[in-house]
Design a protein around this ligand. Structure first.
Ligand SMILES: Cc1cc2nc3c(=O)[nH]c(=O)nc-3n(C[C@H](O)[C@H](O)[C@H](O)COP(=O)(O)OP(=O)(O)OC[C@H]3O[C@@H](n4cnc5c(N)ncnc54)[C@H](O)[C@@H]3O)c2cc1C
Length: 477
């Protein structure tokens, strides 16, 4: 008796699916040739790759709804994708999935300065939201380092932050409402143009849900007036632990700088070679920026510099001009690119209480030495959001596995000291199997029941966030 060929079943399913998608989208919005779908096989966590069945690029909420309706009927998983800059593998496809990219949803729909909001399509890049309002002296606060490329959709998916989120909060604090499409194609409006909506905080659920609950097509964002002025100060120390202590003392003093950024020697060296920002030769560097009128800036910096000087700095450089401010930020902003020039690296993202910075930096270095690997640190120190970069050679056999094991140990350390597995990059595939280090089975069950409500067949971005075995069992049930 002839056995059925499983590959033939997938291919015939794909042919039927592509035909149905082509019936609701323009021809160039359905990408299905094997060579073309390779463009979607990974996000910025390039260690993991898997080409999808197909990728679609709808241009409206209605087209998104039509695609989801078809995939729902066909039982095909859908992976939402913004610009694919996730460092956690959040937009990584599975072999049986359709990538739904929002790159064609880029319009500004409404700008309201009286009520301080802007409504945009979700594929618009983060930086171009500020770009749309800066001529009128407004800005959108969350500023991921990837802001030139990443989309508001992905920012909402990951509840992204950035250097200036210490003062202004992360995406969830600046998101007022969304238009989203449920897996069965139903379009829903959540939140609005005002600060708070009645009923349960569904917007809070959507923000940071990593494409698990609904597909966001439009977003209403809070915009702010540009501050009168801002001034960064750069401080160099001969120990990472001491720099960590300075950070926690600044926070303890009750001052709220707009940013406190940290870089250690390997990062300083790499960025100096790459960008030549004129950073001092030291073990650890802080950039602290405050905002306001000149008088406000002077008052805040007075307290900050007093704390800084108590700890024997190697260097202190207060900006005296816009050019100098830009130069102080230049190295920090190019740190990831600079590190990428000299090494393969895995960028971790965990959060810890600020007073644990010295301990976590010390223990991270000890753990890295135990694995024979080097770790460089560049991160948002003011809110305890660590980004250890594990340097490794992707071509050396066994190095990736060693790097993953060290990464898991560092993230477990974040949890152990009272922090969290994620800061701003999300769980994705990278940390899904560490979720049980943070959550008891009952906690995870409660979170999965939320997904059940939004997406009962578990078709939206499957195989992310929850441990693989747990989510596979849920999907099969
Ligand atoms: C060099 C570099 C620097 C970075 N710096 C920062 C930083 O400072 N701060 C920070 O927070 N992150 C940073 N990141 C990580 C990344 O840029 C953010 O996570 C970003 O928000 C991802 O946006 P994206 O549009 O690329 O989303 P993608 O990578 O495409 O997707 C991210 C997640 O959102 C989901 N998603 C995408 N679109 C939708 C949608 N329409 N509806 C529902 N869910 C959706 C995806 O399924 C996925 O889970 C950095 C990345 C790089 C490469």
């Amino acid at each position: 008796m002839d056995m059925p060929d499983p590959r033939a079943a997938v291919l015939s399913k794909k042919a039927n699916l592509v035909e149905r998608l082509q019936a609701v989208l323009p021809a160039d919005a359905v990408i299905h040739e094997a060579q073309e779908v390779l463009a979607y096989e990974c996000d910025a966590l390039t260690a993991y790759r898997c080409p999808p069945l197909a990728a679609v690029l709808p241009s409206s909420t209605e087209e998104v709804a039509a695609v989801l309706r078809i995939c729902h009927e066909e039982g095909v998983p859908v992976v939402p994708r913004g610009s694919g800059t996730s460092l956690a593998g959040g937009a990584l496809p599975t072999a049986d999935s359709v990538i739904l990219g929002v790159a064609r949803l880029t319009e500004v729909l409404e700008t309201d300065y009286d009520n301080r909001f802007i409504r945009v399509q979700a594929g618009r890049t983060n930086l171009s939201v500020t770009g749309a309002v800066e001529a009128d002296d407004f800005f959108y606060a969350p500023d991921p380092s990837s802001q030139l490329a990443c989309a508001i959709a992905g920012n909402i998916g990951m509840n992204s932050g950035g250097a200036h989120c210490l003062k202004y909060g992360v995406t969830t604090n600046n998101l007022l409402g969304v238009t989203a499409v449920m897996m069965d194609g139903t379009v829903v409006e959540i939140g609005g143009a005002h600060l708070d909506a009645g009923g349960l905080d569904l917007l809070g659920l959507i923000c940071g849900s990593e494409g698990q609950l609904a597909l966001v097509t439009e977003a209403t964002l809070r915009i702010l007036r540009k501050p009168e002025g801002a001034r960064p100060v750069l401080m160099g120390y001969n120990s990472s632990e001491v720099a960590g202590r300075v950070v926690s003392e600044i926070i303890k003093a009750g001052i709220l700088p707009v940013a406190i950024e940290f870089m250690d020697r390997p990062c300083i060296r790499a960025t100096e070679d790459f960008a030549g920002a004129g950073y001092p030769d030291c073990e650890a560097l802080l950039i602290v920026e405050v905002e306001g009128s000149d008088a406000e800036i002077d008052a805040q910096l007075g307290v900050i510099l007093q704390i800084a000087r108590k700890h024997d700095p190697v260097a202190i450089r207060e900006s005296e001009s816009a050019e100098e401010s830009a130069r102080i930020w230049l190295g920090r902003k190019s740190a990831f690119g600079a590190m990428g020039q000299i090494n393969d690296y895995m960028c971790l993202d965990g959060t810890i209480p600020v007073d644990k910075l010295p301990e976590v930096l010390r223990r991270t270095a000890e753990m890295a030495a135990g694995y024979g690997l080097e770790v460089a640190n560049v991160f948002h120190a003011g809110d305890g959001n660590m980004h250890p970069l594990i340097l490794f050679d992707a071509n050396a056999p066994g190095e990736l596995e060693k790097c993953e094991a060290l990464g898991a140990d560092i993230l477990r350390l974040c949890v152990e000291v009272g922090g969290c597995l994620t800061g701003e990059h999300g769980v994705g595939v990278e940390k899904r199997d560490l979720m049980s280090d943070q959550f008891a089975p009952e906690d995870m069950e409660a979170q999965m029941r939320v997904k059940d409500v939004f997406d009962s067949a578990w078709l939206l971005n499957p195989a992310k966030v929850f441990p693989l075995a747990v989510s596979a069992a849920r999907r099969a049930a």
